[in-house]
Design a protein around this ligand. Structure first.
Ligand SMILES: [Zn+2]
Length: 288
């Protein structure tokens, strides 16, 4: 938020300074590109091996082996999902939404990767299919599947409304991870992180740069599909905001379940997949 009445005067060369053209911080052509053609061919040989339903205002976790695909499916009605990813063998390696945003932009679609936290910083998953890819950006600057928002949580809700709300995505994911990995609630909570907002339609207002949401364009049958680059524990919350057309962090929105399906291309194909190596930086931080 910027002041309506700035405290400081414009310098003489203000227009010239503001007219400087932006440059892309991380040109995507410098990233190792996924072989989408090979993944598409591999997907054709994969068959459904597991599925889990995520109940409204709740979350669920499922393990997806490296080399498998998983799909988040809209069922029954428009519903937004908050997605967390962890390395099954080491929960401290988790999805890094901020760096993913810096690398791929505010909203993800086919061909984008979900990168892990430091120090590994490697692709955890690659998006291989998106039935909402037709949406692009609307006239408000909105799009779907953002890595802008954090997740609805009880702390911000308490701050803004003075009331506790327990079925927000942060708490849903905490309960689900604790149950899935048999962890104390406080330990599970420490692993819950900023999300990929699956199916959510968001952007920044052009005039004030404020984060906005609008009714998700998702319809039953739509899906977002991923290839698991490493062994993943996938956590998904069916947000209490429903289609996020009006509010979240309450019980007032209509909410629907979501479905996670796992597709396995077979043991031979999985064995042939080489998970990306952890980041090559030596971690010396100029001390050697
Ligand atoms: Zn939420």
């Amino acid at each position: 938020m910027k002041l309506d009445e700035p405290h400081h005067p414009r310098p003489d060369d203000a227009d010239a300074r503001k007219a400087v053209k932006p440059v892309i911080c991380y040109p995507p052509e410098t990233l190792p590109a996924p072989d989408l053609a090979a993944l598409t061919a591999l997907r054709k040989s994969a068959t459904k091996s597991a599925a889990i339903s995520v109940l409204p205002r709740d979350a669920a976790c499922i393990d997806v082996p490296a080399g498998c695909f998983f799909r988040i499916v809209s069922v029954q009605g428009a519903q937004v999902g908050d997605l967390n990813l962890w390395n099954t063998a080491d929960l401290s390696e988790k999805f890094y939404s901020g760096k993913t945003r810096a690398l791929h932009g505010t909203h993800l679609s086919t061909g984008d990767r979900m990168w892990s936290s430091f120090p590994t910083l490697r692709p955890m998953a690659t998006i291989t299919d998106d039935t909402l890819d037709w949406y692009g950006f609307d006239d408000f600057g909105g799009s779907v599947h953002d890595v802008i928002g954090t997740r609805c949580d009880p702390y911000t809700g308490q701050l803004l409304s003075g009331q506790p709300y327990h079925y927000c995505c942060h708490s849903n994911l905490t309960r689900a991870l604790a149950a899935h990995c048999d962890l104390p609630l406080t330990v599970a909570e420490s692993h819950v992180h900023d999300v990929l907002n699956v199916f959510m339609c968001t952007g920044f207002t052009r005039d004030t740069g404020q984060y906005f949401m609008k009714a998700s364009p998702v319809r039953p049958g739509d899906y977002l599909e991923f290839f698991a680059e490493i062994d993943l524990t996938v956590g998904l919350s069916a947000c209490p905001g429903g289609d996020c057309s009006s509010e979240h962090t309450s019980d007032s929105a209509s909410c629907y379940p979501l479905l996670i399906e796992v597709y396995d291309p077979g043991e031979t194909a999985r064995a042939a997949h080489k998970p990306p190596a952890p980041n090559a930086y030596d971690r010396s931080h100029a001390t050697r």
